[in-house]
Design a protein around this ligand. Structure first.
Ligand code: NAD
Ligand code: DAO
Ligand code: ZN
Ligand code: ZN
Length: 369
C-alpha cells in the first residue's frame, strides 16, 4: 500500500515528505495506522548523524500512538481496532532478559531492530523499489507502519492519541527512571539535570514518588515555569553559580542528593550529577544519550565512598505491561501530559518540530496525521 511518510534520506538533511510503499504484515506482525507521533531528541540525534547506529534512508519516529488495521498469521494478543502504542523496547515475555526481573531490555528482536529491519531480516518500506529502513522498530513518521506484535502495548480505547503518544518515550522514560530504576522513597532529595522533554517527566515522577526536595538544573531559565508547575522546588542555573557547581549543589541539599538524574546527554553534566549525589548512599541515574565516542569519568574514590552510577533505558519499563498502566494514570489525572505538548503540526510541518527543538522553544512537538 502507499503511505505518507517523512523520510530521512541522509544525515544532516531535512526530512522529505513523500509517498512510500509499505508491505502488509507477515507472521507475528501487525499493521498500525499511526494517528499521532511525538518528535523526540533521539530522532534529532539520529537525523543529525551523531548516532553511530544511524542507518539511512530510514523512516524515523518512535513516540507514536495508533490503531491496529490488520494482523499477520499467528498474532494472538491484538486485533483490528485495538488502540496501541509502539514500543522501541519490546517485551516478548520469553527471552532470558524478560525472565530476569532486573532488566527491561528484551533481546528477542534486538539484532534485526538495530539493523533497521523486521525480525525476518527484511524491510516492509520502499520508495520506487529501493529499500527504506525501519527505525527503532517503530518508524512512526509514517501514517501506517508495521511492527512485531511484541512491540505493541494495547491501551485504553478512549485515550487521546495526540497526548498519549508521548508515553511511547518521554513520559515513560522520565517517570520510569524514578519509579522503576531509582525506586525513589518518600521524603527523598533529588537533583534533575536538564529540564527538557525527559527531565520534566523525571520531575513529575519525583513528585508522584513523594520526594521532598526536587532541584532542577538547566542553562535555559525559560524552563523554570514549566518545571515548577510539575513539581520542581528549587532551580539552579549553572551560569549564575559563582565557583564550582558540585559544592554549591551539595550545600543546597545539605550533604548531597539521595538521587540525581542526567537528562542532558552531556558527559560533563553526568560527572557533576554523580559527584553531587550524597556520600555513602547517593545514586546517580544516567538517562541522556551521549554523542558517539563520548566517555564518562570521575575519581574512583567517588564510588568507593558509596555513590553509585546507574543507567536506564525507557525508564526500566516493560512496555506491554507498564505502558497501559501509565496511560491509565493519565486518564485518571495522576500524571499530566497536555501542558508539555507545546506544539502540534501536520506531517508536512515536521521539520519545524526539529527547528523548534534546536531553538529550545518546544518541550514536545506532536505530529497529528
Ligand atoms: P531536550 O533537548 O528537550 O532537553 C535537554 C535539556 O538539557 C534542555 O532544557 C537544555 O537546556 C538542558 N541542558 C543542556 N546542556 C545542559 C547543561 N550543560 N547543564 C544543564 N542543562 C543543560 O532533550 P530531551 O528530549 O529531554 O532528552 C534528554 C536526553 O535524554 C537526550 O540525550 C535524549 O537522547 C535522552 N533520552 C534517553 C532515553 C533513555 O531511554 N535513556 C529516552 C529518551 C531520550
Ligand atoms: O538492548 O542493547 C539493547 C539496546 C536497547 C535500546 C534502548 C534504547 C534506549 C536509549 C535510546 C533513547 C530512546 C529514545
Ligand atoms: Zn524478551
Ligand atoms: Zn524518545
Amino acid at each position: 500500500m502507499d503511505v505518507r511518510a517523512a523520510v530521512a534520506f541522509e544525515a544532516g538533511k531535512p526530512l522529505e515528505i513523500t509517498t512510500v510503499q509499505l508491505e502488509g504484515p507477515r507472521a507475528g506482525e501487525v499493521l498500525v495506522e499511526i494517528k499521532a507521533t511525538g518528535v523526540c531528541h533521539t530522532d534529532e540525534f539520529t537525523l543529525s548523524g551523531a548516532d553511530p547506529e544511524g542507518i539511512f534512508p530510514a523512516i524515523l519516529g518512535h513516540e507514536g500512538a495508533g490503531v491496529v488495521v490488520d494482523v499477520g498469521p499467528g498474532v494472538t494478543s491484538l486485533k483490528k481496532g485495538d488502540h496501541v502504542i509502539p514500543l522501541y523496547t519490546p517485551e516478548c515475555r520469553e527471552c532470558e532478559y524478560c525472565l530476569n526481573p532486573k532488566t527491561n531490555l528484551c533481546q528477542a528482536i534486538r539484532t534485526t531492530q538495530g539493523a533497521g529491519l523486521m525480525p525476518d531480516g527484511t524491510s516492509r518500506f520502499s520508495v520506487n523499489g529501493e529499500k527504506v529502513f525501519h527505525y527503532m522498530g517503530t518508524s512512526t513518521f509514517a501514517n501506517f507502519t508495521v511492527l512485531p506484535e511484541i512491540a505493541l502495548a494495547k491501551i485504553h480505547p478512549d485515550a487521546p492519541f495526540d497526548k498519549v503518544c508521548y508515553i511511547g518515550c518521554g513520559v515513560t522514560t522520565g517517570i520510569g527512571a524514578v519509579i522503576n530504576t531509582a525506586k525513589v522513597e518518600i521524603g527523598s532529595k533529588a537533583i534533575v539535570f536538564g529540564l527538557g522533554g525527559i527531565g520534566l517527566n523525571v520531575i513529575q515522577g519525583l513528585r508522584l514518588a513523594g520526594a521532598d526536595m526536587i532541584v532542577g538544573v538547566d542553562l535555559n531559565p525559560g524552563k523554570v515555569e514549566m518545571a515548577t508547575r510539575f513539581g520542581m522546588t528549587h532551580f539552579v542555573n549553572p551560569k549564575e553559580v559563582e565557583g564550582e557547581l558540585v559544592p554549591y549543589l551539595v550545600n543546597l541539599t545539605k550533604g548531597g542528593a539521595d538521587y540525581t538524574f542526567d537528562a542532558t546527554g552531556n558527559v560533563g553534566v553526568m560527572r557533576t550529577a554523580l559527584e553531587c549525589a550524597h556520600k555513602g548512599w547517593g545514586e546517580s541515574i544516567i538517562i541522556g544519550v551521549a554523542p558517539a565516542g563520548a566517555e564518562i569519568s570521575t575519581r574512583p574514590f567517588q564510588l568507593v565512598t558509596g555513590r553509585s552510577w546507574r543507567g536506564t533505558a525507557f525508564g526500566g519499563a516493560r512496555g506491554r505491561t507498564d505502558v497501559p498502566k501509565i496511560v491509565e494514570w493519565y486518564m485518571e489525572g495522576k500524571i499530566e501530559i497536555d501542558p508539555m505538548i507545546t506544539h502540534t503540526m501536520g506531517l508536512e510541518g515536521i521539520n519545524e518540530a526539529f527547528d523548534l527543538m534546536h531553538r529550545g522553544e518546544s518541550i514536545r512537538s506532536v505530529v497529528v496525521y
